[in-house]
Write a protein that binds this ligand. Structure first.
Ligand SMILES: O=C(O)C(=O)C[C@]1(C(=O)O)C=C[C@@H](O)C=C1
Length: 100
């Protein structure tokens, strides 16, 4: 049972190329769905962020609210350094520097 040629590593479950291809196809379908959803949410976030900015500036307020931005950065901290980059990009998208 689980014997290997060199005897010190358990053998991985054998999967046929067809089974592997089907599994990968399923996962890719889920990734495609998730990417579409993430894109939709990112666009919606940017739109809301722009609307807040416009409303605030129309009332004579600042374009940037640093404590709110710190909250957003903190929210993504659980993803590590990339989380910070992601949060910064989301904030930039709301300012209209990226995208359209
Ligand atoms: O929460 C706000 O007041 C916003 O304007 C939104 C938002 C954001 O995209 O999260 C954008 C700009 C501000 O500097 C802070 C946060």
């Amino acid at each position: 049972m689980n014997a290997t040629v060199d005897g010190d590593r358990p053998q991985a479950e054998q999967t046929s190329p067809e089974q592997a291809a089907a599994t990968i196809d399923d996962f890719r379908g889920e990734i495609d769905h998730l990417d579409a959803e993430i894109l939709r949410l990112i666009k919606r976030r940017a739109e809301i962020s722009r609307q807040i900015g416009q409303a605030r500036m129309a009332a004579g307020g600042p374009r940037i609210v640093y404590n709110r931005e710190m909250d957003v950065l903190a929210r993504y901290r659980e993803l590590g350094p990339e989380g910070r980059e992601l949060a910064m990009i989301l904030l930039r998208l709301g300012r209209g520097r990226l995208g359209h």
